[in-house]
Design a protein. Structure first.
Length: 113
């Protein structure tokens, strides 16, 4: 007949090993959690800096897109065949043969002959 003492000792040994294993797992997971928290602490300022740079770049892109749209309109205007005469008048001193320049004079200033 087997005495109840060996079963109790085996059970006690099993629970001791289980407690040690659980303790090691708990310590390991706490160390991993601390490493993760430290990594996040280092990465958050970098993330905020990158978000600030991204906002600046988006603002510059919007400004550039507006400028490009303006330049495209001007390019379309400059190369439109129906605008040739008005462009010639705008960029040079030449006028169409049937037109003459009008100079407005200020009536308050004395005129020189």
């Amino acid at each position: 007949m087997i005495s109840p003492q060996p079963k109790s000792a085996a059970r006690q040994k099993f629970y001791t090993e289980l407690t040690i294993e659980t303790g090691i797992k708990l310590i390991f997971n706490c160390v991993l959690a601390l490493i993760a928290i430290a990594s996040l602490g280092k990465l958050l300022p970098y993330n905020f800096a990158q978000q600030t740079k991204l906002k600046e770049l988006r603002a510059e892109v919007e400004e550039t897109e507006a400028r490009v749209a303006t330049l495209r309109k001007q390019l379309n205007y400059n190369f439109a065949p129906e605008q040739t005469r008005s462009l010639m008048e705008q960029y040079s001193s030449q006028l169409a043969p049937n037109q003459s320049r009008i100079f407005w004079l200020d009536p308050k200033q004395p005129q020189k002959n």
